[in-house]
Design a binder for this molecule. Structure first.
Ligand code: G6P
Ligand code: MN
Length: 439
């Protein structure tokens, strides 16, 4: 049986991830679940409810919520890392500062993500160091954002660490693709995909007999985006994800040869995004007012009544990759999964030392990437711009360099020119005083 620590215990996603782990004990048997956060107050919103969820499912599983890294990281097999340095409060500024200058903020690949990256890198490295000190044989399944920048920092500063960088976005999208194409389960599909995190494309969707569906998918998306039919919102309770689902129609019209990650709406249609965003109320505010209220409220209710038997909390199916990945590492299943890994020639006409998101085979020694081959000019151009922008953020962190950060923001696809880049950077520096290295 295995022992797990969730780093970033106070996340709104924690209870849903625990429910998912508890639902999969037959695949991944657990002896211990720990929550770790450096913010006790925030973690307390979910800690007691998580204890009740676990006790009611399997009282033999040990549980602790702690702010002590030694307690958290001692005797664990898997670290599930989803930390958010600066929390949603700082995400809000990541989104709002660029908007002041008419630029879409975007908290992962846009300028907001560059600011967030500079905050995240030291936090992620610190957690890797705890793991190496207290449980050197553990694996870290890292889905802390901004995933591409964090992955580049891991490649550069912790090249031999047992860290696997992964994102839930492709899983969510594959549920949608399966629904559109009429598959019962996304695992009935064998897919090909390449790109950077939140910045890639599906190029093939085959069934078990090898029949190709990508053209059917593209034809559907050109008409309906990621909706099942015109304006069908049945799978999107969250209004901003519904808007995204519709916007995919415009994204795919730019290149109807492959199926894009919906995040391209920010890079290709920043002007439309800005026009539809209230500069004083962004996605961060929405998440606080909806997901955070809902999850923390329900956790408080569970704590009060002392039972979770009528809970409205749901299993985080978007997080099924966690069980798949941990199971693949623990039991050598050779499952095929999309991971963020050094390119190393997998995409033959792309830089070797870029962190790319591509299919890999996962077993007990880690991952083995599959080859992709040559990619077309449009995708290559977009990816080169983005990957260099992300590398510059890591340079800025490493060298405490204002100039590198200015170059990163100037290169970012969402930012129109160097004047605006400088203004955004100067505001970011002011806002991030408590988090960034001095540039
Ligand atoms: C997807 C991405 C995550 C991202 C999340 C943002 O799940 O893969 O990396 O954090 O969306 O969603 P939110 O609801 O916080 O805007
Ligand atoms: Mn992601």
């Amino acid at each position: 049986k295995f022992s797990i620590v969730i780093a970033g215990g106070g996340s709104t996603y924690t209870p849903e991830i625990i429910l998912m782990l508890l639902d999969n004990l037959d695949r991944l048997p657990l002896r211990s679940i720990k929550l770790y956060d450096n913010d006790e107050e925030r973690q307390n919103h979910v800690a007691k409810a998580c204890e009740i969820l676990i006790k009611e499912k399997d009282p033999t599983i040990q549980y602790v919520a702690t702010t002590d890294p030694e307690v958290a990281y001692t005797d664990v097999d898997f670290v599930l890392a989803h930390i958010r340095v600066g929390k949603l409060e700082m995400r809000s500024l990541d989104e709002k500062i660029p908007l002041k200058y008419g630029v879409v903020g975007q908290e992962t690949c846009g300028p907001g993500g560059m600011a967030y990256g500079l905050r995240s890198i030291p936090g992620v490295l610190e957690n890797i160091e705890y793991m190496e000190k207290y449980s050197p044989n553990a694996w870290m399944l890292n889905y802390s954002n901004p995933a591409s920048i964090v992955a580049e920092a891991c490649r550069r500063f912790k090249p031999n660490s047992r860290v696997i960088n992964i994102c839930d976005m492709p899983i969510g999208m594959e549920h949608t693709i399966a629904r559109i194409l009429g598959f019962k389960n996304r695992k009935e599909m064998c897919i090909r995909y390449y790109g950077l995190n939140h910045f890639g494309w599906w190029t093939s969707i085959k069934d078990k007999d090898g029949k190709e569906y990508i053209q059917d998918l593209i034809a559907h998306q050109l008409k309906y985006g990621n909706c099942l039919a015109d304006d069908d919102a049945s799978h999107y309770t969250d209004s901003s994800w519904f808007d995204t689902a519709k916007k995919v129609k415009d994204i795919i019209a730019i290149d109807p040869t492959m199926c894009p990650n919906s995040y391209f709406q920010y890079y290709l249609f920043g002007d439309d995004m800005v026009a539809h965003t209230d500069p004083n109320y962004t996605r961060a505010d929405q998440v606080v007012d909806t997901r955070e209220k809902r999850v923390f409220g329900e956790c408080a209710r569970i704590e009060k009544v002392g039972t979770a038997k009528d809970t409205t909390l749901q299993i985080g199916i978007h997080a099924e990759f966690i069980v798949d990945l941990a199971t693949a590492l623990a039991f050598n299943t050779h499952e095929r999964m999309l991971l963020i890994v050094p390119n190393n020639g997998a995409i033959s006409n792309f830089e070797k030392d870029a962190m790319v998101e591509i299919p890999c085979i996962v077993g007990k020694d880690g991952y083995e990437p599959l080859t992709v081959g040559e990619i077309p000019h449009f995708q290559k151009g977009l990816m080169e711009q983005q990957v260099n922008c992300e590398k510059l953020v890591v340079d800025a962190y490493e060298q405490h360099s204002y100039l590198k950060m200015l170059q990163a923001l100037t290169l970012n696809k969402c930012v129109p020119n160097a004047n605006v880049a400088r203004k955004i950077l100067d505001d970011f520096i002011e806002a991030n005083k408590a988090y960034w290295p001095e540039l």
